[in-house]
Design a protein around this ligand. Structure first.
Ligand SMILES: *Cc1c(COP(=O)(O)O)cnc(C)c1O
Length: 365
């Protein structure tokens, strides 16, 4: 059994995938090939925004937006402590201060009431994370951002394809960024990312930042980065995107089966009625998490911990944040366990996971 089954996915789409990759190899347009612009237009349309800009990773996508907004020293950006490191890394990398506020216990997404309490005159932006495939409370957060004159960037690296009140993740605020890392809901065969916006000038700025701050070739009007999305990755993504909605539907079926059959002592994820999660992770909570994970490992059931250390406990931020704060995120990091989750998971495999889980929880109540 695999935690995420990229092998079966490749075998399923092999004919189309090999053809799409061969087309890039034949054209030799490895950088800025036509597949990149085609993917940007296709995914902008899917998300429901006017523009999308491909990047070399989710991290670079997030970084580029903050650069375009001139976030830097003296600025504060409010974000979640319960996320992958890069969410706050990009804030600190630009010399700004990540301000962590605690998450809700049910969704593990940032708590809007606590965001409002953390706003100071230095706050420039709010950066909610849509964790495990479910959007943060973007309705409350964007209203708050507007009220206080702040920018709002959704870290949608795990939620591409998810919806909030029927509108797609990454198109719900001033900017949304996603990642095409292979393990994400829509993954490429390496690193990739994309920014989604509704602002023409911001699109021009992001495309300039993506290519070393160039306006015209070899004329650099600002500092940027080498942040382009490869043509090969764009071709892979166009191929996978043709099956994406079908895969999301299969993920819903897998998640529903888990939710309906979780044994006692295992708390399943909560999806709020206004959201459709893409279940980039199916993450449960268990009090004896480490023992249960070890027991599952012994019977060949792969699991993962997203994430074992909240960001306010990371050594890289140790000098600036009090680790005794943010109790909900701190406790969640001790209890979370992600189960095998992908569109190709069979009922027989899920039954094995559930039976393993039942036995492990009985042994380690
Ligand atoms: C994966 C991820 C990122 C980073 O994306 P990369 O493509 O790996 O750079 C950022 N934020 C969250 C929440 C993620 O899950």
């Amino acid at each position: 059994m695999r935690f995420i089954d990229l092998q079966t996915q490749y075998e399923t789409y092999k004919g189309e995938m090999d053809k799409a990759i061969a087309e890039v190899l034949t054209s030799c347009q490895f950088v800025n090939g036509p597949q990149v612009a085609k993917l940007e237009a296709t995914l902008a349309d899917y998300v429901g925004v006017s523009d999308a800009v491909g990047f070399s990773s989710g991290t670079d996508s997030l970084l580029a937006v903050l650069m375009a907004w001139s976030i830097g020293p003296g600025d504060e950006v409010i974000t979640s402590p319960f996320t992958f490191f890069s969410t706050a890394e990009v804030i600190a990398f630009l010399g700004a201060k990540p301000v962590f506020v605690d998450v809700r216990d049910d969704t593990l997404n940032i708590d809007p009431a606590q965001v409002e309490a953390a706003i100071t005159p230095k706050t420039r932006a709010i950066m909610p994370v849509s964790i495990f495939g479910q959007c943060a409370d973007m309705t409350a957060l964007t209203a708050m951002a507007r009220k206080h004159g702040l920018l709002c960037l959704e870290d949608g690296c795990q939620s591409f394809g998810g919806t909030h009140h029927g509108r797609r993740s990454c198109g719900l605020s001033d900017a949304g960024a996603t990642s095409f890392f292979p393990a994400k809901s829509l993954g490429c065969y390496g690193d990739g990312g994309m920014v989604f916006i509704n602002d023409k000038d911001l699109g021009v700025l992001l495309r300039s930042i993506r290519e070393h701050g160039q306006k015209v070739r070899y004329h650099h009007t600002r500092l940027g980065m080498n942040g382009r999305l490869d043509t090969l990755q764009a071709a892979v993504l166009l191929t996978k995107f043709a099956h994406f909605e079908e895969e999301i539907a299969k993920r819903q079926t897998v998640a529903r089966y888990y939710l309906d059959n979780l044994p006692a002592g295992v708390r399943g994820p909560t999806v709020l009625p206004e959201n459709r999660s893409v279940f980039s992770q199916f993450t449960v909570r268990i009090s004896q998490r480490d023992q249960v994970q070890a027991a599952l490992g012994q019977v060949g059931i792969p699991t993962a911990i997203h994430y074992p250390i909240p960001l306010h406990h990371q050594p890289a931020f140790a000098d600036r944040i009090d680790p005794s704060t943010l109790p909900v995120a701190t406790r969640a990091a001790q209890e979370v366990l992600s189960l095998p989750m992908h569109p190709f998971l069979t009922v027989a495999q899920q039954d094995r996971v559930l039976e393993g889980l039942r036995q492990a929880v009985t042994q380690h109540p």
